[in-house]
Design a protein around this ligand. Structure first.
Ligand SMILES: O=C(O)C(=O)C[C@]1(C(=O)O)C=C[C@@H](O)C=C1
Length: 399
């Protein structure tokens, strides 16, 4: 196994400053391919048959308005009281995550990286009345103009506009370079830095290492994109971690205003630490993209007799392969847990083959023992038996 230690050394294991309560995801805490609380829509489709049995008990402890679990009101009231008694959660009533109370607070949001995702997310910011600035290496000024976004080719000019929020929508791979190329000394000393990357420990650590103490940090992952969130964001998970937010009321209000944008769009809000996110995402988003790309390698194509299951595989393949390979590399390279997931995927296929070959051989060997006259399953099956015997031996030697 090759080592990713040079990249992963960035992953300082420090504790998030917003160590809030996580009642909803402590039941399934591993990289296993469970129904993750932050599953993307593709992963969701794969697991939808499981959902019926395993109803989603997700809720956000810091957001009393968006509770999706009927019948848990008493527990939640108690939890709410407990949360309010914690100093970190003791946020003034008028700054809590409540769209009605924060509706007049317009933000000046600067998007760094104005590709597909940046443009996609900007539309909702504009729709909600925020001022949006953007910067990219590529000249997107015409697209920006059509969206009512102020485009700045030169990052100096953008920073001199003193945005409230700098939102990174770059690729995972380029985050570090882009951050270091920004003239952050031109920003207000009190600026909120946010990212939307598909891995979370990496940007969190880069932010903590590169940004002066005065800057606030919020790491987020909208678990959707231009394809899955094309029509609306209702019910789609939005993960966030308030990594470092100053105590001043205005800072608390600003971060909540930003988070509220997603609340207002109807997202399912999931607050969790960056490291928890990465564990879940390796077992959900990364595996989804891996299987989608494997299907493509298999040459998977539509047939005249597609089953529903097969249609969903075709969809999965199409959706995942329409994302850039750069994203796929990022999901692997910058998530500490993805190598283990790949190894488990290999092991799962071997284990399934072992079980299949074992059972098939057992049945056939019994037939031979009994001198059965039953026909072999297919005409050239005797060759297959020999092959299975060899493969079984190999698999047994491996295990
Ligand atoms: O909807 C899309 O366009 C996506 O590719 C969404 C998708 C994914 O499902 O993997 C891709 C990247 C984002 O981090 C979250 C979700």
């Amino acid at each position: 196994m090759f080592s990713l230690s040079s990249i992963q050394s960035n992953n300082i294991q420090s504790q998030s400053s917003s160590s809030l309560l996580f009642i909803h995801h402590n039941q399934h805490h591993h990289y296993g391919f469970h129904h993750s609380t932050i599953s993307t829509r593709f992963h969701h489709r794969l697991l939808s048959p499981l959902r019926a049995q395993n109803s989603d008990l997700t809720t956000s402890t810091n957001n009393n308005n968006y509770i999706s679990v009927p019948g848990l009101d008493d527990n939640l009231t108690r939890l709410d009281k407990f949360s309010k008694s914690l100093s970190l959660l003791n946020i003034e009533e008028n700054t809590s995550l409540n769209p009605l109370l924060c509706s007049n607070n317009k933000l000046k949001i600067a998007i760094i990286g104005f590709g597909n995702f940046g443009q996609f997310i900007a539309k909702s910011f504009i729709k909600q009345g925020h001022i949006v600035l953007a910067h990219s290496r590529t000249d997107y000024s015409l697209i920006a103009q059509s969206l009512d976004v102020h485009f700045f080719q030169d990052p100096n000019d953008l920073c001199e506009q003193h945005p409230d929020i700098i939102l990174f929508c770059t690729s995972i791979n380029s985050l570090e370079k882009v951050i270091h190329s920004l003239p952050i000394q031109k920003l207000k000393r009190n600026t909120l830095f946010v990212d939307v990357l598909s891995v979370k420990e990496f940007p969190r650590n880069i932010f903590l290492q590169s940004l002066p103490q005065e800057f606030d940090i919020l790491c987020t992952h909208p678990m959707f994109g231009p394809t899955s969130g094309k029509d609306n964001w209702k019910g789609l998970p939005f993960m966030y971690d308030k990594v470092r937010i100053g105590q001043e009321e205005s800072r608390i209000k600003r971060v909540n205003n930003f988070i509220n944008i997603f609340v207002k769009e109807g997202c399912r809000m999931v607050e969790m630490s960056c490291s928890e996110h990465d564990k879940y995402a390796a077992g959900s988003q990364f595996i989804t993209h891996t299987i989608g790309r494997m299907l493509q390698k298999l040459g998977t194509q539509t047939t005249p007799i597609n089953t529903k299951g097969y249609e969903s595989l075709l969809n999965l393949m199409e959706n995942t392969t329409s994302d850039s390979f750069d994203l796929y590399c990022g999901l692997f390279m910058y998530n500490n847990n993805s190598m283990e997931v790949l190894e488990r995927l290999d092991a799962a296929l071997d284990s399934l083959k072992r079980e299949l070959f074992g059972q098939v051989l057992e049945k056939l060997e019994k037939r031979v023992e009994k001198g059965s006259r039953l026909a072999l399953p297919t005409p050239n099956f005797s060759k297959k038996i020999e092959k299975l015997q060899v493969e079984r031996k190999e698999l047994e030697a491996l295990s």
